[in-house]
Write a protein that binds this ligand. Structure first.
Ligand code: PMP
Length: 385
């Protein structure tokens, strides 16, 4: 039998458009090539506009974890008091990164499936002394979206002196983040809703964050030091570390696709698709780990029904055989469901194929589902009915 084409439906990396991949396979240019220099500079200005950043967009080779380190290294040292909020596994990762740096941190952890709230954060910050607060826009282990605009508004109004750092790795490019809401640093990486290949992080630092970097004087790190990269990001002819030239050209193409779709439309599409997928999966008896009003537009964690006839791994293997690659759950939810990415340039064909593959796997694994139940939801929704 001809094997089914495997759709990568994990929460990143995501399927990437051919025109983006072609940029990776094109001749390598010198990073000093005037054509590349201009392309890089223009990409940085597009990136700044995407989050409405009044400072600098740093585009640096490395994964999202490097973005986490870069963001915190340039905004806090041992003299700072940092509130680190965690909604799950990646929030916990940020706690450990901050701890490793020897920062004076206080942690606030939400139960998995829930989110820290503006009220709780306000209460903690009101105790005083805090200079920085760190949060995750979309938590990839739980599929929970932080209500960022509300949180940022509260921070701006009640704690204007506290710098606000947001991990947007699983959100950026798929969920709106406007730094004018009151966000000082926002970061993401290229393999998620920016719909490019893994390899680079984007860190947006607003004016207040850049001022704080100046006040810190020298920092321990070199590679992720804003001070080293500012000359490059403001004049792309300059050099600090060799830019990932092909990845940068590929990202330029993927940003072109994003802007052509229109950002507001893109954010709306992510929300609509997410809602449809959740409804379709409910027709198969799967529910989300995230509470209803906290479900992320970019990815979902689906928990297996009570009467699941097979183990987690065999179900996901079955989905893969049918053509949809899904990720395992993390932490205490390992084995209890799967994580599904639905971010980037997922079109109607991909959505239908992914849901059809999951439905076939459910049937072949012996789940009591009505064939076509999930697909019917998707078809009606995608047809606008
Ligand atoms: N933060 C969040 C919210 C993430 O989802 C991830 C990756 N899944 C990371 C940070 C780390 O990114 P990376 O794997 O690219 O280092």
């Amino acid at each position: 039998m001809i094997p089914a084409k495997k759709l990568v439906m994990i929460p990143g990396p995501v399927p990437v458009s051919l025109s983006v991949l072609q940029k990776l396979g094109s001749e390598v240019k010198a990073h000093t090539d005037p054509e590349f220099v201009a392309e890089f500079q223009s990409l940085l200005s597009e990136l700044r506009s995407i989050t409405n950043c009044d400072g600098i967009a740093f585009l640096v080779a490395g994964s999202g974890t490097m973005g986490m380190e870069m963001a915190i290294a340039n905004i806090a040292d041992e003299k700072d008091k940092v509130l680190v909020c965690s909604n799950g596994h990646f929030g916990d990762r940020y706690i450990s990164i901050c701890r490793n740096r020897g920062l004076d941190i206080t942690t606030m952890e939400a139960e998995w499936g829930k989110s820290v709230t503006p009220e709780e954060v306000d209460r903690e910050l009101s105790k005083g002394g805090y200079t920085v607060a760190v949060m995750t826009h979309v938590e990839t282990s739980t599929g929970v979206e932080l209500h960022l605009e509300k949180m940022a508004e509260m921070m701006k109004e009640r704690h204007p002196d506290v710098l606000f750092v947001v991990d947007g790795v699983a959100a950026g490019g798929g969920v709106k983040a406007d730094m004018a809401w009151g966000i000082d640093v926002y970061f993401t990486c290229t393999q998620k809703a920016f719909c490019c290949v893994p390899g680079m992080a984007i860190v947006w630092a607003g004016q207040r964050a850049l001022k704080k970097r100046e006040e810190l004087k020298s920092i321990r790190e070199s590679y992720v030091d804003y001070a080293r990269w500012i000359p490059v990001m403001t004049d792309t002819k300059k050099y600090w570390g060799t830019p990932a030239v092909n990845n940068i050209s590929a990202l330029k193409e993927s940003v072109r696709i994003m802007l052509e779709e229109g950002l507001e439309e893109r954010y709306r599409r992510h929300r609509n698709h997410a809602a449809l997928i959740v409804e379709a999966m409910a027709a198969l008896g799967f529910r989300t780990l995230a509470e209803d009003d906290l479900r992320s537009p970019t990815l979902s964690i689906f928990l297996y029904p009570e009467n699941m006839p097979v183990e987690d791994l065999s179900f996901r293997e079955s989905c893969a055989d049918e053509g949809a690659l899904l990720a395992a759950c993390l932490g205490e939810y390992a084995g209890k469901g799967f994580r599904m990415g639905h971010m980037g340039n997922i079109d109607k064909h991909m959505l239908i194929s992914a849901i059809a593959a999951i439905e076939r796997a459910a049937i072949s694994c012996g789940l009591d589902v009505k064939p076509g139940a999930a697909l019917a939801v998707m078809q009606l929704g995608l047809a606008g009915k």
